[in-house]
Design a protein around this ligand. Structure first.
Ligand SMILES: NC(=O)c1ccc[n+]([C@@H]2O[C@H](COP(=O)([O-])OP(=O)(O)OC[C@H]3O[C@@H](n4cnc5c(N)ncnc54)[C@H](O)[C@@H]3O)[C@@H](O)[C@H]2O)c1
Ligand SMILES: [Fe+2]
Length: 426
């Protein structure tokens, strides 16, 4: 691996925007080496940091939740969840395991999909009122992000929207235990927290190492109650994480392995989980895909698909994974012009035979392959079916330019490019 010459934060480079000069975590990644230097002002050879929680994985691992909470010092933990996860029976099971460990948790259950700033405020006030300590999220990305939001406010004060961007959370946060029920957002292992700014109808991205949870418990059993459309959406979200992180400007070899493996697992197992929701083998593979894609993007960050998707999610409260599934093939084609070689490995991981093909052809095959998977699992072909109209595009394109995930997209993107991508995906 070649030597990294770190380009430290504070400089604007092509494809970045005023006020977004630094790369993820405050450093500029080195696209040639694949490594990002770890601290500003530090020029290091082949140096990478890899952030990850303690991971407990496997069928029945929910039974470890009590021990895990106790290990984190819980005396009065707060569960953060939503009505759908309660109805599926998983919260009662979690409470049982916490009781076995001698814990009597308090519970906040009013999270909605694409969690809103006001929900995080309400959950935080309840957390304060109950003098709770460890935060335990059980649910999809929305519950996990809501719990992260409470943790941020508890450690740092202010309003949740104050923390948009990279490394704005400067003080320590309470311990967090995350239990995902979708496969998935990877929020249970990631250093991201995505919140809807209700006044502006956009989703903001909070990013920083302080947000990496302490413990993640992935029990594939929880996935068996997902409705089909949620399973499809979250599976495509995991696929998008794998693909975007692998071509990200901040990719590194430690993250790459997870990204490629996740891509293979989604193509190999997502369809089967739709056919037989109750079986365990394919579920476990999808749970692993979600986890590995999460580890990959948490460390290598994402790209234009997510930047654009966050705007649609904020405007229409649309399901995150569905929007990603629609946008991803268009962004693959766009990005292939700047990093064609990376798409050869991705296409191979997806199960395509691309020996001897130029990168751009491999990328085209991959884009078609993604669209076919999206068709097979019932994802709409265009954003129009989700309610996006031509007249929304200028605004969506404008707000995309402020999203933190755009900083690591491999090809520079102008507001006109984004508008064109939205039009193609309409
Ligand atoms: N922080 C991150 O790193 C990160 C990464 C990607 C996406 N996200 C965010 O995650 C959110 C999307 O999360 P999601 O797609 O996991 O869904 P979600 O958390 O929004 O849940 C959607 C619905 O599914 C229900 N549900 C969840 N699990 C279930 C189960 N096992 N059985 C039955 N019903 C279940 C919930 O009750 C809810 O009604 C978005 O806000 C997105 O921006 C965050
Ligand atoms: Fe995502």
């Amino acid at each position: 691996m070649s030597t990294v010459s770190a380009r430290v934060s504070g400089r604007t480079t092509g494809g970045r925007h005023p006020g977004e000069a630094s790369g993820p975590l405050g450093v500029e990644p080195d696209p040639a080496s694949g490594f990002a230097a770890t601290s500003p002002g530090h020029s290091a050879g082949s140096l990478a940091k890899f952030h990850a929680p303690e991971v407990v994985f496997g069928i029945g691992s929910l039974g470890e939740a009590g021990f895990a909470a106790v290990r984190l010092g819980a005396r009065r933990p707060m569960i953060v969840t939503d009505p759908g996860v309660i109805e599926a029976g998983w919260v009662a099971m979690l409470r049982h395991h916490l009781a076995e460990a001698g814990l009597r948790p308090v519970q906040f259950s009013q999270v909605t999909p694409n969690p809103k700033d006001r929900e995080i405020r309400a959950a935080y006030e309840y957390y304060l009122q109950e003098q709770a300590d460890v935060l335990i999220a059980i649910g999809g990305g929305s519950c996990i992000d809501a719990a992260k939001g409470v943790a941020i406010l508890s450690g740092n004060g202010g309003q949740i929207l104050d923390y948009a961007g990279v490394d704005q959370v400067s003080r320590p946060i309470p311990p967090t235990l995350m239990i995902p029920s979708t496969s998935g957002t990877g929020a249970d292992v990631s250093q991201f927290c995505i919140v809807t700014d209700t006044a502006s109808a956009v989703k903001i991205t909070i990013m920083g190492r302080a947000l990496v949870p302490d413990i993640s418990i992935t029990d594939p059993l929880l996935l068996t109650t997902m409705p089909e459309d949620l399973n499809a959406a979250t599976g495509l979200d995991a696929l998008t994480h794998g693909i975007e992180s692998f071509v990200s400007l901040a990719h590194n070899p430690l993250a790459d392995t997870h990204a490629l493996n996740a891509v293979g697992l989604v193509f190999g197992h997502l369809r089967a989980t739709q056919e037989d929701p109750g079986e365990h083998e394919h579920r476990t593979k999808m749970a692993q895909a979600s986890l590995q894609a999460g580890l990959a993007f948490s460390n290598a960050i994402l790209g234009a698909t997510h930047s654009m998707s966050h705007q649609v999610g904020g405007l229409l409260d649309a399901p995150h994974g569905v929007v990603n599934g629609v946008l991803l093939p268009h962004v693959i084609r766009y990005n292939a012009a700047s990093s064609p070689q990376r798409f050869i490995a991705l296409a191979r991981a997806a199960g395509l035979v691309v020996d001897g093909l130029p990168g751009q052809e491999a990328a085209e095959l991959l884009a078609t392959h993604v669209r076919r998977l999206a068709d097979d699992v019932g994802v709409p072909r265009g954003l129009g079916e989700l309610g996006v109209t031509e007249s929304d595009i200028p605004r969506l394109a404008r707000t995309t330019m402020h999203d933190a995930c755009l900083t690591t997209n491999p090809r520079s993107v102008s507001v006109e490019d984004v508008a064109q991508l939205f039009r193609q995906a309409l």
